[in-house]
Design a protein around this ligand. Structure first.
Ligand SMILES: Nc1ncnc2c1ncn2[C@@H]1O[C@H](COP(=O)(O)OP(=O)(O)OP(=O)(O)O)[C@@H](O)[C@H]1O
Ligand SMILES: [Mg+2]
Length: 520
């Protein structure tokens, strides 16, 4: 009998002639947590889709042994029956269905006679929410009621509800807060203690270091190394991932900050389902030319609601006065905003960022299509030139520009969305979690790009849940908590503790002026 619960050997997967996986071997023991690391597009998600039956047996080459026997799954149903449960990188929830219905999708509890047993499902869903330290979630509400972080937790609950012997977590933490991540890592430790094996994929390598026993690194579809975590550290993992050391992650430079270009006055957003409840409560702030403004806060604090209201994309009722260059403007819809030079890269790439039916190239040029129109036709040659320029500028990994955007790896889709908004030549650029799911190398490229844009005078707002990132790139930091502006700090000797303290202090209330008593 083999020592290993699961062994994959010689896995090859091609997409239209492109080898996404080129002969990969990985093994995992019961109770072991294997970190799977690699740059965007390295093949991590593809490998896990092979393992979990998303790509059925016969659509790839190589062999999978499960409990020492060949696994030839025709679908996810087969692998789930075997005990292989996957949490996908992109959320798979049905927004209109309730939290509980999503958790039980395909495995509904029924009463004799076949009717749904809602009380039992609600009870179990509630238990799972408490296990995830989310007792306030109302499991009867549609999931779309909740933000990205909470949705991610629902996705995790859904997986925990199934009987896993091997749990695959593909970027499970990208929209979770530090304390939510801590809960998740504890849950994984608990599963390990019960003999459940895990594969943990994350670009947040400190999490990998914290919870994984071994780390497998893949690069360009090839297996580079599998090493015990005890013999590794974060820098070594990075070196294996990119084949070189990354010098400085945060290339912060001093740059000139000019006059006020953007002002938001009295922004309030009302809850979509409960119009009496305010998700954002009377927030005002301003932004200068060339300034990078970081927006910190806990998940659910109202940051995304605030940004989408400014951009004219908030789904519920909102009030916002937006001024550009000292003049009130109408940013009532995304199109109006983009025309005014106010652009946003949204947090929710799948729902708002990409147009899934279009190609990589079409997505990139979407906001500037009129620039390529000549009378009645599109000058596709110059369009393609622009697209190629963007692909090389952001080192976007795609076999060609005509592939569907959905065929790109998660991180590369993110780069395409960024590229689309940059082409619109924004004066004010809102980035909501711009480096979510982006590998370390590409992260530093995105920061460099932000610095360049700021140096050219673009005013940038960056919402991020990674405090290190907020402090690493911002000139000034706004802190939002429970829909209220709780801090407005010049980023000079600003500590994570100060920011966090403001985020959770219910008595803190900041104004448009800086709290650390310096003039902006
Ligand atoms: N359906 C598909 N059609 C064509 N190419 C694909 C398809 N799915 C994946 N690929 C390609 O396979 C390669 C590996 O992608 P994969 O999604 O596995 O990367 P990843 O390591 O998960 O990256 P990330 O960190 O960005 O999530 C990429 O070059 C991607 O473009
Ligand atoms: Mg992936």
């Amino acid at each position: 009998m083999s020592d290993f619960l699961m062994e994959m050997s010689g896995i090859v997967k091609t997409f239209g002639g492109v080898r996404a996986l080129d002969g990969i071997d990985i093994k995992i023991r019961a109770g072991e947590c294997l970190g799977l690391c690699g740059e965007n597009g390295a093949g991590k998600s593809t490998l896990m889709k092979v393992l979990s039956g998303v790509y059925p047996y016969g659509t790839w080459d190589g062999e999978i042994l499960w409990d020492g026997r060949p696994l030839r799954a025709q679908s996810v149903r087969d692998t789930e029956a075997a005990g292989i449960i996957i949490i996908h990188q992109e959320l798979m929830l049905v927004p209109e269905l309730s939290v509980a219905e999503n958790i039980f999708m395909g495995h509904e509890l029924t009463l004799p006679g076949g009717r749904m047993n809602y009380p039992a499902m609600y009870r179990r869903a509630g238990e799972l929410m408490r296990e995830l330290n989310m007792p306030d979630i109302n499991v009867a509400l549609p999931v779309m009621h909740y933000g990205g972080g909470h949705q991610q937790l629902v996705e995790i609950a859904k997986a925990l509800n199934k009987k896993a012997r091997l749990l695959i977590l593909d970027e499970p933490s990208s929209s979770l807060t530090a304390s939510e991540i801590a809960v998740l890592l504890d849950i994984i430790r608990g599963l390990k203690a019960r003999g459940v094996a895990c594969v943990y994929i994350s670009h947040k390598l400190d999490e990998v270091a914290a919870v994984c026993d071994t780390v497998a690194v893949i690069r360009d579809g090839r297996h580079i190394a599998t090493t015990a975590m005890a013999e590794l550290d974060v820098n070594r993992i990075i070196a294996q991932m990119v084949g070189r050391e990354i010098a400085a992650l945060y290339p912060r430079q001093t740059h000139a900050i000019g006059e006020v270009v953007f002002e938001a006055h009295h922004v309030s957003c009302f809850d979509v389902d409960n119009p009496r409840r305010k998700r954002v409560d009377d927030i005002s702030f301003s932004l200068r030319r060339g300034e990078i403004l970081g927006v910190a806060g806990l998940v659910g604090a109202g940051r995304t609601e605030l940004m989408s209201a400014l951009f004219g994309a908030y789904r519920g009722r909102f009030e916002a006065e937006v001024w550009l260059d000292g003049v009130p403007v109408d940013t009532g819809s995304p199109l109006k905003s983009i025309r005014l030079g106010l652009c946003m890269v949204p947090e929710d790439r799948k729902q708002l960022g990409i147009v899934p039916d279009l190609s990589v190239g079409q997505n990139i040029t979407l906001t500037v299509l009129q620039e390529f129109s000549r009378h009645t036709r599109i000058d596709s040659e110059s369009e393609l030139k622009t697209v190629h320029g963007e692909i090389s500028r952001l080192q976007l990994k795609t076999a060609n520009a005509f592939l569907p955007i959905t065929s790109l790896s998660g991180g590369n889709q993110q780069k395409a969305v960024l590229s689309k908004m940059l082409l619109a030549r924004p004066r004010v650029l809102i980035l909501d979690e711009p480096t979510r799911g982006v590998d370390v190398g590409a992260k530093s490229e995105i920061y460099k790009l932000m610095m360049e844009l700021a140096a050219q005078g673009v005013a940038i707002i960056m919402v991020s849940s990674e405090l290190a990132e907020v402090l690493g790139v911002s000139d000034r930091v706004l802190v939002i908590g429970e829909g209220v502006l709780r801090g407005n700090f010049i980023n000079r000797d600003l500590s994570q503790e100060t920011v966090l303290a403001a985020a959770i202090d219910p008595s803190a209330r900041a104004t448009g002026h800086c709290d650390n008593r310096e003039t902006a």
